[in-house]
Design a protein around this ligand. Structure first.
Ligand SMILES: Cc1cc2nc3c(=O)[nH]c(=O)nc-3n(C[C@H](O)[C@H](O)[C@H](O)COP(=O)(O)OP(=O)(O)OC[C@H]3O[C@@H](n4cnc5c(N)ncnc54)[C@H](O)[C@@H]3O)c2cc1C
Length: 462
């Protein structure tokens, strides 16, 4: 009986194991699935619990709206009954257009579903070295490495050997603080969603009405003391633009924050509708009961005492009670265009697959999405079916295509975005081409049709 071993019960590993088990059951395929998770025995620097699929920073999986690239990806994943998306919907908290979750409930639901799955065997241990049974030629066993951006050092060196000693690529990712809602001064802060989208009270907003208060906050932020980096991390700090520490955004200029996470537009205090804020900090609900909120876009590497001192200068947060401080960590990922085939297996070992952030996708949703692709391809191999790659006009197909075909000289982690979708202007009428909203609707519609057709397109090999 073939055996599939999945390393890492994070976003990608749980999705991969779940999808493989689901497909195997559907097709009456006998196989063994083992899922390794090293926590709690070995901890990572960013995880706080023993739960599977823990969200280490923001509690948002991104916009659910079909006119956004992430929204399309979420819809495509729902087509495959993604455990990550279904569990997110079961643990959803109000957050305007975003699919945000109660992080503990979300991870508990997934842990319970995977633990109680009759076909998935859980091994709570560090996976350190790749066994001969997987490395030998014609092995009928499969390995999926979904150990994430904080892969344990011993496994990381095994991976390096497997990939012909190609150096890992690296960048920094940071997490933002979480605080108790009863420590927010609601005489100053107010509830509202930007432009009233979603439920009107989805976010708590802390307005800077006074320009000088904002500039004093900005100055304190850029002068604040940062947590020291380890020597190997100091060589060259490379951030991912979408998750840059708030102090690094501030250091780019006095007003950069006001055009980024502190954008004041579309947010008005209903008590003072004529008053215009100079900058607004938003807080997003972090658990179902609404007792915790995170500061949106405030991922940070400031020392903990400095986070308390500087963030308390935000109007309404003067007495804030931080229950989890922000942290920053170095992430590793493969130079996938050099190492991986389009089905996300290793170029020199087609029974070893990679899924998640380690492949060079960025984000919770994208990491989980690659698990669907890998599961589909492994089941295809086991059932001796030719699995056609998902169309490049779909978000899942476009992401997979990017990580296996981008320029290896400048390979950067990627989120879902419209730019990677295969678009032929001749496919669209002129009026659609010229209107961004119509164009996105057209691309979303086409992508969902193609995802629907994908399963019917696999060919059984004799
Ligand atoms: C500090 C930080 C902040 C981030 N913030 C965000 C954010 O706000 N929004 C967002 O969308 N993305 C964020 N990311 C990026 C990314 O989406 C997450 O890291 C995501 O969890 C990646 O999913 P994954 O499944 O690839 O890895 P993970 O979810 O990290 O799962 C990997 C699992 O493998 C386990 N593991 C590692 N090595 C071994 C081993 N040898 N044996 C057994 N188990 C092992 C780990 O314990 C972990 O549970 C952040 C990343 C970091 C590091």
């Amino acid at each position: 009986m073939p055996k599939v071993t999945v390393i890492g019960a994070g976003l990608a590993g749980t999705e991969t194991a779940f999808q493989i088990a689901k497909e195997a059951k559907k097709n009456n395929t006998d196989l063994e699935i083992e899922l390794y998770e090293m926590r709690p025995k070995i901890k990572t620097p960013a995880h706080h619990t023993d739960n599977f699929a823990e969200l280490v920073c923001s509690n948002s999986l991104g916009s659910e709206f079909l006119t956004t690239a992430r929204g399309v990806l979420i819809k495509e994943m729902q087509h495959f009954n993604s455990i990550i998306i279904e569990s997110a919907l079961e643990s959803k908290v109000p957050a305007g257009q975003a699919l945000a979750v109660d992080r503990d409930k979300f991870a508990e639901i997934i842990t319970e579903k995977i633990n109680s799955h009759e076909n998935i065997k859980i091994i709570r241990d560090e996976f350190q070295s790749i066994p001969e049974t997987i490395l030998e030629n014609n092995s009928s066993d499969y390995l999926v490495i979904a150990s994430g951006p904080l892969t344990s050092p011993s496994l990381a060196s095994e991976i390096q050997k497997l990939t012909g000693n190609n150096e890992f690529l690296k960048f920094f990712d940071a997490a933002s603080p979480i605080l108790t809602s009863d420590s927010i001064n609601m005489d100053i802060a107010f509830k509202a969603s930007r432009y009233g989208k979603g439920e009107t009270d989805d976010y708590i907003n802390c307005p800077f009405y006074d320009k000088d208060d904002y500039y004093a906050f900005w100055q304190a932020l850029i002068d604040a003391e940062k947590a020291p980096l380890k020597d190997f991390e100091k060589e060259k700090i490379k951030y991912f633009e979408g998750c840059m520490p708030v102090e690094a955004i501030a250091a780019r200029g006095i007003d950069t924050l006001r055009f980024g996470p502190l954008k004041p537009v579309g947010l008005t205090d209903p008590r003072t509708p004529d008053k215009k804020a100079f900058a607004v900090v938003q807080l997003r609900q972090d658990n179902v009961i609404g007792s915790l909120y995170n500061i949106v876009g405030f991922q940070t590497n400031l020392k903990w005492g400095e986070q308390k001192r500087v963030f308390s200068m935000i109007p309404g947060l003067e007495n804030m009670d931080i229950v989890r401080y922000g942290v920053m960590h170095q992430n590793i990922y493969l130079n996938s265009p050099l190492c991986l085939n389009p089905d996300l297996s290793l170029k020199n070992k087609s029974n070893i697959f990679f899924a998640g952030q380690i492949t060079g996708v960025e984000g919770y949703t994208e990491s989980a999405a690659t698990g669907i692709v890998v599961a589909r391809n492994i089941i295809g191999q086991i059932q001796k079916q030719e699995i056609k790659p998902l169309a490049k006009e779909t978000m899942l197909g476009a992401l997979t295509n990017y990580i296996s075909h981008a320029d290896p000289k400048n390979f950067q982690p990627i989120n879902s975005n419209w730019g990677i979708i295969n678009t032929n202007p001749d496919d669209m009428e002129k009026k659609i081409r010229k209107n961004k909203k119509l164009k996105n609707e057209f691309l979303a519609q086409r992508s969902l049709e193609l995802i629907g057709a994908a399963e019917a397109s696999s060919v059984v090999l004799t």
